[in-house]
Design a protein around this ligand. Structure first.
Ligand code: ZN
Length: 319
């Protein structure tokens, strides 16, 4: 069986086991973290990451796919410390997480030069390490697929075609970015069976999600706990309907949990909880509440569980 790159080196895809396909062991605004490192407590961040990953491990998780790219403070040495200390594998990516902004560096260079940076991470290693990226990441959000966002998508697509690495694309169903993102990948000749459109679970529009699935991509129901976008019961109803329609082989279920995130001051977490904007957001919510609810509705048996948490990530990562 083919290998998959993890922060601890290549492993046989059969060894990945139970996978959480979209979680962040740390998320931060890298420019701020780079310029004012004294504002961050790395030990506290590491402890939080180990708490979150350890809890997932207790539920049987053996591998975490962490799509933290440029602008999310990607740091493969930090990821490796978490993997080494927890005994859970972490799969890292390359790419750019931007809703529009592009550094002048990339603005004034063409798509192929950008793609070449991604290829370097996939073939040689990231940030001067031998740790290689296993997949590519890009994003489209409220501004839609802007010129810069399209450039990143095309660069990601070309790096995928060149290396065979799969793609995860952050999307925003509220402004319907998914179809255009898939269209760009299609134009660039990407194998759509290796594309994952993340955050589709932020809508309950089953037809919208099904139109994406019909293109052959995976869809992420991957923000469980982020009630501000959609409450858990609605997310579960959407998941149940997609399962009833026979789409288990195209679903990815995860939480997009960030063990720490610097976007908000520390006291904001409590406010989000009390406002109901987040609820039980963690790396275990899908095992504690989602899978039991779907089992109770009779739409998730052991086979569907295995398909979603073991086989889909495996097929997406390794083809
Ligand atoms: Zn994410």
């Amino acid at each position: 069986m083919p290998d998959v790159q993890t922060v601890q080196g290549a492993v046989d895809v059969g060894e990945l086991g139970l996978v959480l396909v979209h979680e962040h062991v740390r998320f931060r605004d890298e420019a701020v973290a780079d310029q004012w490192p004294g504002r961050y407590d790395e030990q506290l961040e590491l402890d939080a990451a180990l708490d979150a990953v350890g809890a997932a491990k207790d539920r049987g998780v053996q591998t975490i796919v962490d799509p933290t790219a440029m602008f999310g403070g990607r740091d493969v040495n930090f990821m490796k410390r978490v993997a080494d200390a927890s005994g859970v594998r972490i799969v890292a990516c390359t790419g750019i997480y931007s809703y529009d902004h592009l550094p002048h560096y990339f603005e004034n260079r063409d798509v192929d030069v950008m793609a070449d940076h991604f290829v370097e991470d996939i073939e040689n290693g990231i940030q001067g390490t031998g740790i290689r990226a296993a997949f590519l990441k890009c994003a489209a959000d409220a501004p839609g697929v802007t010129e810069h966002v399209e450039k990143i998508h095309r660069a990601v697509a070309r790096a995928s075609v060149q290396t065979g690495a799969p793609i995860m694309a952050h999307s925003m169903p509220a402004v319907g970015t998914g179809p255009r993102q898939v269209e760009i990948f299609e134009q660039e000749g990407v194998d759509l069976a290796r594309v994952q459109i993340a955050h589709c679970g932020d809508t309950d529009d089953v037809e919208y999600i099904e139109r994406l699935i019909d293109k052959g991509v995976y869809v992420g129901l991957d923000r469980y706990g982020l009630e501000m976008y959609l409450p858990i019961d609605t997310r579960n109803a959407t998941a149940a309907e997609l399962l009833r329609r026979g789409h288990a082989e195209r679903l990815m279920i995860s939480q997009d949990f960030c063990a720490t995130i610097d976007w908000f001051p520390p006291e904001a977490a409590e406010v989000f909880e009390s406002d109901g904007a987040i609820r039980n957001w963690s790396m275990t919510l899908v095992f504690d509440e989602v899978v039991p609810a779907l089992r109770e509705q009779g739409v998730m048996d052991d086979a569907a569980f295995q398909t979603i948490f073991v086989e889909n990530p495996r097929r997406w990562l390794a083809g």
